[in-house]
Design a protein around this ligand. Structure first.
Ligand SMILES: [Zn+2]
Length: 366
């Protein structure tokens, strides 16, 4: 080999080995990141004692908090949200989405913003005037917005959520549901023929800004307190949503929501219910979830209210057997505030940790 050609060969060999080194370093970094759960979508179902506060953290670190729990209680719920946020590596919450203005969802806004920076609020717009139950919380929220420190965006049904880091769409808002079907969904639904048509909800619940997130080929639904009348519009006569992987159970498991036609049409593989020890967790809803085709696990933030308890406006509880088994209960008694933490991995598998037991269960992609 002539000397100049040999020198050129040596140079190429060196370049190739550098490329190989860079590639192997990148592969190693990716493997390490995967092992550490990086690239995952993380979800914390925070216990706010029968309200909602669900924190989503995207792989890039962007955060979305769905609802803020109750007011009062010395800022108990805001403290729990901030503790979860810090454990998840957050120093601020990018977006707070208020599903609706009832106390157990929007009541915690003033305490939250006093404890952690928030950038943007999303909501369904003006409160539903016929409902007498929300003016205080709505007015307090408007006062926070009026400080000018926060951006407020009103979301309509069918809108893609205007936030970075998440692929999410509004299923419902301000009493309406999205007009179109999600890709791959929209087939006529045979379950509708036998499903009752509920009367129209005349409270804030039916106005809920319900969302569907997509990540790693999975669908995650969180419909707030959306009531059965609007649920029916989403799945009848055609199922606009299709099957989902994870359901944050609507309305804390109250039987005003989570109708059989809704749950059995969506066929969640995994479900997390944010009930309290004296709120939600209706026997009929738990039975509906347990009998839903393809359900692999139902997690509850609390043991359902005891037999004989009557949920507000709902049917009586029937007994302790109408619960998930102990390993799936975050709180079995009292108000300890234990969480359920969900990690959706980039390969579509899911890990769910019960903070009370410390146990994590792995669920393969469907
Ligand atoms: Zn609620």
């Amino acid at each position: 080999m002539p000397e100049r050609a040999s020198a050129r060969y040596a140079l190429w060999a060196m370049k190739l080995s550098r490329i190989a080194f860079t590639l192997s370093t990148a592969i190693l970094a990716t493997a390490t990141a995967l092992a550490q759960g990086k690239g995952s979508l993380r979800i914390a179902a925070i216990d706010v004692e029968g309200g909602q506060a669900t924190l989503f953290v995207a792989p890039g670190g962007q955060s979305l908090l769905v609802d803020t729990g109750w007011p009062a209680h010395d800022g108990r719920d805001a403290d729990r949200i901030v503790a979860a946020a810090k454990q998840m590596g957050l120093s601020r919450i990018d977006t707070v989405l208020l599903t609706h203005y009832h106390s157990d969802h929007a009541g915690g806004v003033p305490q939250l913003v006093a404890r952690i920076p928030v950038v943007t609020f999303l909501d369904h717009g003006e409160r539903f005037r016929p409902d007498p139950n929300s003016p205080v919380d709505y007015d307090e929220y408007l006062k926070i917005i009026a400080t000018g420190k926060y951006k407020r965006v009103i979301v309509k049904a069918g809108d893609r959520l205007p936030i970075l880091g998440f692929d999410a769409i509004a299923l419902s808002a301000a009493g309406k549901v999205m007009n179109t079907s999600l890709p791959g969904a929209g087939k006529p639904n045979a379950l509708c023929a036998k499903a009752p048509t509920p009367t129209e909800d005349m409270q804030e619940n039916g106005q809920s800004l319900g969302i569907l997130l997509r990540f790693a080929g999975l669908k995650i639904v969180d419909a707030g307190d959306l009531t059965s009348d609007r649920e029916r519009l989403l799945v009848c006569p055609a199922n606009k949503i299709g099957r989902v992987d994870l359901m944050i159970v609507s309305h804390h498991g109250s039987d005003w929501s989570s109708s059989k036609v809704f749950v059995h049409s969506l066929q969640p593989r995994l479900a997390v219910m944010d009930n309290g020890d004296h709120k939600g967790g209706s026997t009929s809803v738990i039975d509906t979830l347990k009998s839903s085709p393809g359900l692999e696990a139902l997690y509850q933030l609390h043991l359902a209210p005891p037999a004989g308890t009557k949920n507000p406006g709902g049917t009586p509880q029937e007994g302790p057997e109408h619960n998930a088994s102990d390993e799936f209960l975050a709180n079995t008694a009292g108000t300890d505030g234990k969480r359920i933490d969900v990690t959706v991995n980039v390969d579509g598998s899911t890990d769910i940790r019960n903070e009370r037991t410390g146990a994590t269960k792995h669920f393969a992609k469907r």
